[in-house]
Design a protein around this ligand. Sequence first.
Ligand code: G6P
Ligand code: MN
Length: 451
Amino acid sequence: MKLAILGGGGFRVPLVYKALLQDTGSPRVDKVALYDQSPERLSVITAVLSQLAAGRDHAPRVEATLDLDKALEGADFIFSAIRVGGLEGRTRDERVALDLGVLGQETTGPGGIAYGLRTIPVMLDIARRVKALAPKAFFINFTNPAGMITEALQQVLGNRVIGICDTPGGLGRRIAGSLGLDAGRIQVDYVGLNHLGWLRRLISDGEDHLPRFLADEQALATLEEGSIFGPSWIQAMGVVPNEYLYYYYFNRDAVRSIVEQPTTRGEFLVAQQGDFYAAAGKDPDRAFELWQRTIAERKALYMAEAKGKRHDDSPEAEPFDLESEGGYELVALAVMAAIARDEKSTIILNVRNGGTLAGLDADAVIEVPSLVDANGAHPLATSAPDLHQLGLMQQVKAVDRLAIEAATTGSEEAALKAFALHPLVDSVTVARSLLRGYVDAIPEVARALHR
Ligand code: G6P
Ligand code: MN
């Protein structure tokens, strides 16, 4: 099978390739097309992959290309992890909002709207090429904001687009681990939108183990979410919120702690990744070694940041263990395996609601446990979210839709409403400044709004 990776020069692509190397099932991916707009990034990542594959049997063949159509032709699966405007765009998403005293973050809040505005037109163009060149391929979308982008893509690709994220599955696995349960055998009851969901139950051997976990303050405190939210808030909620809900429940604290950092996450990554691509470009024989060191640092800093520490605390980077890693690339691989081999599996994915959740339209994309088989991903029946959860989901969904409308029609009024109605933007005046700020700072946002 052929897999096309859009954003093939991206820093996390080796993780996907590593997952493919470890896959022994049949049929399996034996051909990978890396598509990217940057020849420099493509050649660095190609070098990392070939060093990663050295000595391995049946390593998928890698072909790098600057030609989208060539990458798409004959693809069975398309995996999208592009970043329109690059990490530089991410830093502007962050700064424009932070300068106005509101959350500046990659996917949540106004930063996510700006990111969506510039990304949607590009993704829709790509989707039209996919429809023409690989109409039977399944499109696995990791491009953020993943819920909004997946919903926009459905206009063109229907049920062939599936949105993925590593956070819901990761949360279930970490709680299972802390309870001493076999993560491969648990069933996770999770409901929400992308980066806006709640883990409600964790079933193993027919029993819900979440109450036991919530009662154990020590276990809670050692969970990443426990240290972010504080055990008592999770206990009060009676469910475990996705880590991204920190930006809602602790909004002022989050904004303050981001502003106090010497750099934003995006600014840190611009510098760190810039160094990596430059060094690996000069010394391609050491590309894999440099990549491995960089990803270890990146992870350590992420953990430190979540705990409210500063970037310059320089946490000790633990050696990066390639074999034990497991993030979004495993979700992607699990989806591909289930579809290609018709191996029915349950995976938390971004899919079309249909009739799953009352209170949201049938074509709204939601993030829920879904059954995946040769026909794609199908959301499983689930209990209704509570009033708070549904209310927040509806509000954010309304914002996503306004952003999609703005990006597809160029309507500035829709864009303004998207910013103004976001629960983390507290005034229409601020929304007007956000819109102006993003149009001025990010050419791709200006272009999406026909400016
Ligand atoms: C998680 C989220 C992704 C997000 C990423 C940011 O994996 O699920 O949606 O893009 O974190 O990580 P970064 O290292 O780029 O800050
Ligand atoms: Mn995600």
